[in-house]
Design a protein around this ligand. Sequence first.
Ligand SMILES: CC(C)(COP(=O)(O)OP(=O)(O)OC[C@H]1O[C@@H](n2cnc3c(N)ncnc32)[C@H](O)[C@@H]1OP(=O)(O)O)[C@@H](O)C(=O)NCCC(=O)NCCS
Length: 176
Amino acid sequence: VASQVYPKELATVAALPSGTPIRLRPIRPEDEPLLIELAARMTPEDLRLRFFAAIRELTHEAAARLVRIDYAHDMALIAQPMHDEEILGVARYAATPDTREAEFAVAVRSDWKGHGVGWLLMEKLVDTARQRGIRVMSGLVLRANPNMLRFCRDLGFAIASNPDDPLTVFASLVLG
Ligand SMILES: CC(C)(COP(=O)(O)OP(=O)(O)OC[C@H]1O[C@@H](n2cnc3c(N)ncnc32)[C@H](O)[C@@H]1OP(=O)(O)O)[C@@H](O)C(=O)NCCC(=O)NCCS
């Protein structure tokens, strides 16, 4: 991974619909144990919906790859409470070398789903992608994930079938 400057200007505080403030910031290598803990606090079903595979835990190797990013082509934002370091959710994208398109993914800790954390993360991720010149953001979603499909539609993403895989669809947003 090409070493890049940590984009600390992306750190922000935003409020959930309940009024609870949440800190958002780009992930950094030191967050690896917190990311492993986040995965440990997701149900097997939520992990399967995120990774499309039955994984029992996030290994050190997998977590290391997810926290070491270049912030130029790859971005990952985490959500944290105001006074605790625990990670409540992550949204990330990986852009093509020309940074015109990016693929995204998002996961929220199972006991925090439905409180607006995913929404805050995705809004900030879309803003960041737009600022960085990405034109289209898309992601693969399992057809059997109606919550995510509804969430994507609410965020303005269009849903299209994936000709290569009947079990997944593409959720895409033009950022123009
Ligand atoms: C899918 C997932 C990322 C959604 O995140 P979340 O934090 O649970 O979702 P939110 O609480 O932000 O949104 C829930 C609802 O509130 C709405 N909402 C939340 N904040 C809002 C806001 N500020 N303004 C308007 N609507 C808002 C959302 O549109 C959504 O509506 P819906 O019920 O019609 O879908 C999360 O449930 C998750 O991690 N699931 C398991 C893993 C997974 O499926 N990942 C996706 C892989 S492709």
